[in-house]
Write a protein that binds this ligand. Structure first.
Ligand SMILES: *Cc1c(COP(=O)(O)O)cnc(C)c1O
Length: 419
């Protein structure tokens, strides 16, 4: 039985059922239509959603696929990244980012993040290109660590905020890298491009971009789903071919592809929800502002940083604090849900032991991983609930701040400097 989150005392990290209660009639109508027409794969429901999502993103093309991971892998392949090429990305992201790179046949290499935005650091990217690469005989950019050509770059728009795309695109251009955006957390996020002198939507700045409609994303399916956006019709055609067994025409296979299509039912459900996405994103921004105000005077907590060039859609509201685990424990006892996105940077994951990265290779990502915590964030979150979350945070930090002050006093006494 669904309990609206305002009458229960516990505060969930996320409330996935709320939008389904609001849209129940519309959503069940989609099921009925699919059952009666038996159009389950492809067809008008998918095409109509693709058109609508392209328009939402200001992109000329949208190709719906089975998941965000598929979207990123197919986008990387369709952009012409070759097996054995190096694709640069960040270690502070969900593993799907690097799975897509590896499974497209390429090799992921990492660039550290910026400590304020948690997205790719432009300074570290430039340093990588200048100091950790060389030019091969034919003038190709070669990574010194792997000896392989560097041809691709995947900035991740983490937590709903876009990476600093102007300088990233300028460096990519200078070094001949193809940029594929991981926009899986950034449906509707915007970036003010000084170069173009206008706001740009996530999914329109790289050669192609990947979106996920995993249920917990800002736009979530009732199952698995994803999409590629691009302004390049040739790349769109290649993604369409790759998602459908490499065929341009039934049983004429130009290349070996995948079974990567989107179900019509998911497309229909997504289309119904898409009509509400702008409103939901606005509500997330309002909730984020509320948190910012409530947390403003707590010096033990660093709130999210939103540069003037960014309009985040706050997929997650991530704060940073010294005793992260203690705080999560305290909130758990107060029945408040939290999360860590993500606790282990990718270069230190067992799955990537073969890449031979070591502790301290990416110190900014490593420190973030132990200090970040994601607070409850969803459009239907109530201001009263936020007040309670922050009261509990302050109850916790005032106690730990007290302990730290005592510790200091104690060590001063030891050193013979008693006040
Ligand atoms: C969710 C997510 C993905 C993968 O999407 P799926 O639909 O789960 O395959 C990729 N990258 C990032 C940053 C994500 O958050």
């Amino acid at each position: 039985m669904y309990m609206p989150n305002n009458i229960s005392d516990s505060i969930p990290f996320l409330d996935l059922a709320a939008p389904h209660i609001e849209l129940e009639k519309e959503l069940t109508g989609v099921f009925r239509k699919a059952l009666l027409t038996a159009g389950f794969i492809g067809g008008p429901m998918v095409e109509e959603f693709e058109k609508a999502f392209a328009s939402f993103c200001d992109a000329s093309e949208c190709i719906a696929v089975g998941s965000g991971t598929d979207a990123l892998r197919l986008a990387i392949m369709a952009c012409g990244i070759q097996p054995g090429d190096v694709v640069l990305t960040v270690p502070h992201t969900f593993i799907a980012t690097t799975e897509a790179i590896s499974q497209a046949g390429a090799l992921p290499e990492f660039v550290d993040i910026d400590e304020h935005t948690y997205n790719m650091s432009v300074v570290m990217l430039q340093r990588f290109l200048e100091e950790q690469c060389t030019r091969g005989p034919s003038g190709r950019l070669i990574s010194l660590r792997s000896g392989r050509p560097v041809t691709g770059l995947v900035p991740v728009h983490l937590y709903g905020q876009m990476a600093d795309m102007d300088p990233i695109l300028r460096l990519a251009d200078e070094y001949g890298l193809t940029v594929i955006e991981d926009a899986c957390q950034a449906h509707g996020a915007e970036y003010f491009s000084g170069r173009l002198n206008r706001w740009m939507k996530a999914g329109t700045m790289g050669r192609a971009a990947a979106f996920s409609f995993y249920p917990g994303k800002n736009l979530g399916a009732c199952g698995e789903a994803g999409a590629v956006t691009t302004n390049d019709a040739c790349i769109a055609d290649r993604v369409k071919m790759l998602r459908d067994h490499g065929q341009a025409k039934k049983y004429h296979h130009d290349v070996e592809g995948y079974n990567g299509r989107l179900d019509a039912i998911q497309a229909g459900l997504l289309h119904a929800k898409l009509a509400h996405l702008a409103k939901w994103n606005t509500q997330r921004r309002e909730r984020a502002l509320e948190y910012n105000c409530l947390l403003a005077r707590n010096e033990s907590v660093i709130p999210p940083y939103e540069p003037a060039w960014s309009r985040s859609v706050f997929h997650l509201y991530v704060i940073r604090t010294d005793d992260r685990d203690g705080m999560m424990d305290h909130l758990k006892k107060a029945n408040i849900g939290t999360g860590i996105h993500y606790p282990i940077p990718l270069h230190l994951q067992k799955a990537y032991a073969s890449l031979h990265y070591r502790l301290r290779d990416f110190p900014v990502a490593e420190r973030a991983a132990v200090e970040i915590v994601s607070l409850p964030m969803f459009p239907q979150l109530l201001p009263e609930q936020q007040t309670r979350v922050v009261e509990e945070i302050c109850a916790f930090t005032s106690v730990t701040a007290g302990i730290q002050a005592e510790d200091k006093e104690y060590s001063m006494v030891q050193a013979g400097q008693a006040p």
